[in-house]
Design a protein around this ligand. Structure first.
Ligand code: TEU
Length: 575
């Protein structure tokens, strides 16, 4: 018998508050907007929501720069709205995960204001402050060569006290120094504030960056062309990381029935990952390991040229599906979040002739694997990336803009940026942040304002929630069916044992695997065609008497095999 837990069986729906629903016509989504759609969310078949940050913030990084953990970003609503949202969820049997961003704060947080006020401030040590270095020409330089994730140096000069402070993301997102005990305790108080108000857990932002190498050494030169280098080996999964998580768990999480999902960047090997989620370590419930959302990144940079190959997806899927049971760990299953492009457009196809089948095929993949499934708002209706006709001015996220501008500066030629824009079309974070398409009213019913905070995809007339409601053949209906099936047959899917079929057995471009119940009594065969051509799954006597569980076709697998349409996904079973 598998060890069962509610958080293992949860299906989680990520809400991007700015883009979900605008209730007051200011062009920006808000908490009352989310509250008004809880019945819809419930109807999709999920049972947990994850809210991207809703807290007070100057919004230089869309709320991942928090200036007060105990207040709500004013245009989103109030603490009372947040409590109502949590209660409204609980009434419907939905749980709520909040986004815990404690690797850094906003530079407008009181803690940082105090810290930067003087070298003698009691909060000086709550952040990383260092003296400058001087080069051979006597020119002031940052304390080390680390690059910020968003471009430029990770160090920022502060004239007032004559030191640099560290920020791995924007200069307005100074990194907290977790080695400082008082700082940690204050953060735990903030966590309890929300758990006491009913939050059921946290998605923990940039989790593994919280412990840095104490000497903050120069990074090795991995990109000789770049001015600054990735310091990840010194700032990811540092020496005290697990001590901090275990402390957090003992002092906070264990006091509540709390679900925890840690976001891991840079740490991807099985052994390091196991240290976060192996059951006997008492750390986190599960992780976002990021390797599936990174599959098509370039070698040195996210926006470098990279391609999706099914072989990568097979490899990553198989690696984690087989690794987790070895150390009694658990994992999240996801392909989309607010930090990249939509999987439909990147790994399958949003061409009109394939879009519906492709969105369903990816849902079949996500809903058939062992782990806790996460979907991003809009994924349930087949939301696609930004269309090709949009210009660079329609991309408003700081990460993509910074990259675009840095290349433009190098090349000095705006006419020659097509390659960069085409990478942004695939991977820019804006793609995951487009407003929800509710109906065919102006701006897809997302807002009544003349201008939404972010442009709505042009295809909202054809692709929206309302037009899919009641359509049995829609992507939405399919997600509902799959999420239900996943729960109904939880021992086969959620808790099942995965085994991949080799390409020889599955046929080219078909991703095929079986999921098996712990006692061997039930087995399902998942067949996914990741290409835009007809593909044949060869006949095999292994499937004598197997029946179709999901899909339009009903061929006999033993005698005929199966012809899969472009981007078709099907499931057969032996029961
Ligand atoms: O992301 C952490 C992270 O590593 C990102 O830089 C990610 O690699 C990048 O966005 C991919 O393009 C988290 C949040 O999810 C992200 O939205 C925030 O900007 C970031 O932390 C800083 O808080």
């Amino acid at each position: 018998e598998p060890e069962r837990a509610w958080w293992k069986e949860a299906s989680v729906y990520q809400i991007y508050p700015a883009s979900f629903l605008d209730s007051n016509g200011d062009g920006l989504g808000d908490l009352p907007g989310i509250i008004s759609k809880l019945d819809y969310i419930k109807s999709v078949g999920v049972d947990t929501i994850w809210l991207s940050p809703i807290f007070k913030s100057p919004q230089h990084d869309m709320g991942y720069d928090i200036s007060d953990y105990r207040n709500i970003h004013e245009p989103y609503g109030t603490v009372e709205d947040a409590e109502n949202l949590i209660q409204g969820c609980h009434k419907r049997g939905l749980k709520v995960l909040l986004d815990l961003v404690v690797n850094h704060t906003s530079d407008e947080h009181d803690w940082f204001k105090e810290s930067r006020s003087s070298k003698e401030s009691p909060k000086r040590d709550w952040y990383f402050w260092k003296d400058p270095k001087y080069d051979s020409n006597g020119i002031r330089q940052p304390p080390n060569n680390w690059a910020s994730v968003f471009g430029g140096s990770a160090w920022n000069w502060d004239e007032h006290t004559g030191q640099y402070y560290l920020s791995l993301f924007l200069a307005s997102q100074p990194d907290l120094n977790w080695a400082n005990k008082d700082m940690r305790e204050s953060t735990y108080d903030d966590m309890r504030f929300w758990l006491d108000r009913g939050a059921d857990g946290f998605r923990i932002d940039s989790m593994n960056l919280m412990s840095k190498h104490p000497d903050l050494p120069d990074a090795p030169i991995t990109d000789p062309m770049a001015e600054y280098q990735s310091g990840a080996i010194y700032f990811a999964s540092g020496p005290r990381m697990h001590e901090y998580i275990q402390e957090m768990r003992a002092k906070v999480f264990d006091k509540y029935e709390c679900m925890t999902v840690g976001e891991l960047g840079f740490t991807k090997d099985e052994k390091s990952v196991s240290e976060y989620v192996a059951k006997d370590r008492h750390e986190l419930n599960m992780l976002f390991t990021g390797d599936i959302v990174d599959m098509d990144f370039g070698d040195n940079h996210k926006y470098g040229p990279g391609e999706f190959h099914l072989s990568k997806l097979r490899h990553i899927t198989s690696m984690w599906q087989s690794a987790m049971p070895k150390f009694n760990g658990w994992n999240s299953i996801y392909m989309d979040n607010h930090d990249s492009g939509r999987s439909l457009s990147r790994y399958a196809s949003d061409f009109p002739e394939y879009r519906k089948d492709a969105a369903k095929m990816l849902a079949t993949y996500l809903c058939s694997l062992s782990g806790t499934v996460f979907l991003l708002q809009g994924q349930e209706i087949g939301t696609a990336n930004i269309p090709k006709s949009w210009g660079v001015e329609d991309y408003i996220d700081v990460e993509g803009r910074n990259y675009y501008n840095s290349v433009l500066k190098q090349r000095g030629d705006g006419a020659n940026m097509g390659d960069v824009l085409s990478q942004m079309r695939l991977k820019a974070r804006d793609n995951g942040r487009l407003p929800m398409q509710w109906n065919s009213n102006p701006h897809g019913g997302f807002t009544k304002a003349a201008k939404p905070w972010m442009r709505v995809n042009d295809d909202f007339d054809a692709w929206n929630v309302e037009s899919q409601e009641g359509d049995e053949d829609s992507v939405l209906a399919y997600w509902r069916k799959m999420l239900k099936l996943r729960k109904g047959e939880r021992d086969v899917f959620i808790y099942g044992t995965y085994e991949m079929l080799s390409e020889v057995k599955s046929g080219e471009d078909i991703f095929a695997y079986t999921m098996t119940k712990f006692d061997g009594s039930k087995q399902a065969l998942v067949l996914l065609n990741f290409s835009d051509a007809l593909k044949r799954f060869p006949a095999s006597k292994d499937y004598k008497g197997w029946k179709k569980l999901i899909g339009d076709t009903a061929e006999d697998l033993m005698t005929e095999g199966l012809e899969l349409k472009p981007y078709e996904g099907v499931i057969y079973c032996n029961w």
